[in-house]
Write a protein that binds this ligand. Sequence first.
Ligand SMILES: Cc1cc2nc3c(=O)[nH]c(=O)nc-3n(C[C@H](O)[C@H](O)[C@H](O)COP(=O)(O)O)c2cc1C
Length: 158
Amino acid sequence: MTETAMSDENTIKVLFGTMTGNAEELANDLSEKLQEAGFSAPVEDMGTYEAAQLGGEKRVAIVVSTWGEGDPPDDAEDFCFDLYDGKAGDLSGVEFAVCALGDSSYDDFCGCGRKVEEALLQGGARKIIDRSELDVDFEDGYEEWAQKFLTALAAPAA
Ligand SMILES: Cc1cc2nc3c(=O)[nH]c(=O)nc-3n(C[C@H](O)[C@H](O)[C@H](O)COP(=O)(O)O)c2cc1C
């Protein structure tokens, strides 16, 4: 079956926003895990993805770091600011999970991931699992979050 013929039910879009590659690395790993579990899991950079596209997704996993003082990575600014501003429109058909990367030595720890989640909920999207907020040693926390996500996807819809 080609990717375009896959049903939405089987597709999880994996969106990442990164400055130095950590979020991209985790997004690619997550996509591999999802594909091993039988999903189609295309990875996209927030830098080339528009908030207005979100409403057309069924399920989205978002991996995003925080820069500046609670800001999005540079390439992810347009996507994030449009999302915060409600420009993604009605997201009531979208289910999502957020994996936020940061460094707890900064005041606004994982601020971008938190704001992305708030905006998704504001748009009417449904959270599949709780957001993870991962510190500089993110590997173990990421694996735990990814397993939780896979388990939730395997469970029958509530
Ligand atoms: C200049 C600078 C500013 C940062 N600002 C924040 C911040 O405000 N909040 C936070 O939680 N982490 C902050 N971080 C930490 C990054 O989010 C963290 O290193 C993350 O793993 C980077 O992931 P990336 O490679 O995907 O961009 C900052 C890091 C740097 C170097």
